[in-house]
Write a protein that binds this ligand. Structure first.
Ligand SMILES: Cc1ncc(COP(=O)(O)O)c(C=O)c1O
Length: 378
C-alpha cells in the first residue's frame, strides 16, 4: 500500500510557527509587503549576529546572492573554480554572471574543494574560486584563502549549508572575501525564499545593493525610509532580486530561534545518527565536530555498491532520502561528462542523505536507524 504524504518521514522541512505568523501579521498591518523596514532590520540583525564590521545585503535567494557576488567582481568570460559536487545553483549563478564554472574534485573526507586539483585547472582566465561548504563543513578554508592569495583570485564562499558554522573560532561570514547564504525553505534558517551576500568590501556591497534593485543607484536607502526613487541614474545591469518585507519578517524570527531551537536540535539529531550508525561496516560516516556546525543535511557514504538498495528500502518504508548531489560535470550544459573527476563520481554512487530537520521526532529518527540496521543485517 502506498504511504500517504502525511505518514512519510520527511528528508527536510521548514520549521515555522506562531512567532513567524505574528511577524507576518505585523507586515500586513504595516501595509507594505515589498522591500522596506523589515529588510533593513533583518540585515542589521544579521550584521550584529556576525559580530559587526561587515555588510550583509539580503536578496531573493541564495542563487541570486551567488550570481550578484560573482558579477560584482569577476569579468565576463573569466573562469571560476568550483567543485562539481554541489547544487546546480552554484554553477548556474556563475553562468548567469557570464563567467565559466570549471568543475573541480572534492576531498572524500569532507566533500569540499580539493585545492590540489583546483590548482591543476588554473589558467590565465581564472579569476575566482567558489568553495562550497558541503553539509555545513568548510574544509580547510585557510588553505583556500592561501591559494587564492597566491593566484590573485577572489573567493566567493557558497555558504548555503553553513549558516552557523564556526571555523577556527569564528562564524562563517564574519571573515573572508564574499560569503553567500541561502534562506530557502529548508535551510538552517529560512525566510521562505531568500539569501544574503556578506562582505567587507564596500565596492561589492554597493554593487549588490544596486543590482538587486534593477541597478537603480542608492535605491536601498530610500526604500528603507519608505520612499521611492523617481529620478535616478543606472550605471550597470540590474535585476529584481531584492528581498521583500514578508520574507525578512520570517527571517528575523528564524534568526532569533537559531541558538535556542534549531542549533541544539540539528546537532542532537546528527550526533544520534552518528552514534547509532558508527558500527555498520557498509556505512562510512563523515567525521564532524558537531559543536562547530549546525548540520543542514546528514549525508552518509554507503559502500560496496549498496546505496541504491538502501535508498529503495528506506523509500518503501516511507522514509525520504536524498543524494547531494548529481555532479554538475555530468550535465549537458556543463560538458556532459567531458571532465574526468573520479572521486566525485565515486562519491555520487555512495552518498545518501538521511532525514534531518528540527521537527524530526525521536521516534521517527529511531525508525530510520532501525530500517538501516535491518537492511544490513538481513
Ligand atoms: C550548495 C548550495 N548552493 C546554493 C544554493 C541556492 O540557494 P537558493 O535555493 O536559496 O537559491 C543551495 C540551495 O539549496 C545550495 O544547497
Amino acid at each position: 500500500m502506498a504511504m500517504g504524504d502525511m505518514d512519510k518521514i520527511r528528508l527536510s522541512k521548514s520549521s515555522v510557527g506562531d512567532l513567524e505568523k505574528e511577524a507576518l501579521a505585523r507586515v500586513i498591518d504595516q501595509g507594505y509587503l515589498g522591500m522596506g523596514s523589515f529588510v533593513n532590520e533583518f540585515e542589521e540583525k544579521l550584521r550584529e549576529w556576525l559580530g559587526g564590521g561587515r555588510y550583509a545585503v539580503c536578496v531573493s535567494s541564495g542563487t541570486s546572492a551567488l550570481h550578484l557576488a560573482v558579477e560584482s567582481c569577476v569579468p565576463p568570460g573569466s573562469e571560476v573554480l568550483v567543485q562539481s559536487l554541489t547544487y546546480i545553483a552554484s554553477f548556474q549563478a556563475i553562468s548567469a554572471a557570464g563567467a565559466i564554472p570549471v568543475a573541480c574534485e572534492v576531498l572524500p573526507g569532507t566533500c569540499t574543494i580539493d585545492i590540489g586539483d583546483a590548482g591543476r585547472r588554473l589558467t590565465e582566465r581564472t579569476k575566482a574560486i567558489m568553495p562550497v561548504h558541503y553539509a555545513s563543513r568548510t574544509g580547510d578554508l585557510e588553505k583556500v584563502y592561501e591559494f587564492a592569495g597566491r593566484h590573485k583570485l577572489r573567493v566567493i564562499e557558497d555558504a548555503a549549508h553553513a549558516f552557523g558554522t564556526i571555523y577556527k573560532g569564528r562564524k562563517v561570514g564574519s571573515f573572508g572575501d564574499i560569503v553567500c547564504f541561502s534562506f530557502d525553505g529548508i535551510k538552517n534558517i529560512t525566510s521562505g525564499e531568500g539569501g544574503a551576500v556578506v562582505t567587507g568590501s564596500t565596492e561589492v556591497a554597493k554593487y549588490v545593493m544596486d543590482a538587486r534593485l534593477l541597478g537603480v543607484e542608492k535605491d536601498t536607502e530610500k526604500r528603507y525610509r519608505g520612499i521611492r526613487s523617481w529620478e535616478f541614474d543606472v550605471t550597470h545591469r540590474g535585476y529584481r532580486y531584492h528581498m521583500s518585507n514578508i520574507f525578512a519578517a520570517i527571517g528575523i524570527c528564524q534568526l532569533e530561534r537559531l541558538d535556542s531551537d534549531f542549533k541544539p536540535s540539528r546537532q542532537r539529531l546528527a550526533r544520534a545518527y552518528h552514534d547509532a550508525l558508527g558500527g555498520i561496516p557498509e556505512i562510512m560516516l563523515f567525521q564532524n565536530d558537531y559543536s562547530e556546525i549546525i548540520p543542514h543535511i546528514f549525508p552518509i557514504r554507503v559502500l560496496e555498491g549498496r546505496r541504491n538498495a538502501l535508498k529503495e528500502h528506506l523509500l518503501e518504508n516511507g522514509i525520504e532520502c536524498g543524494v547531494h548531489y548529481y555532479p554538475n560535470h555530468f550535465l549537458t550544459f556543463y560538458g556532459g561528462r567531458g571532465t574526468d573527476l573520479p572521486v566525485t563520481e565515486r562519491l555520487h554512487g555512495e552518498l545518501l542523505s538521511l532525514p534531518l530537520h528540527p521537527g524530526l521526532t525521536g521516534a521517527e529518527q529511531r525508525k530510520v536507524i532501525t530500517c538501516i540496521k535491518e537492511h544490513f543485517c538481513d
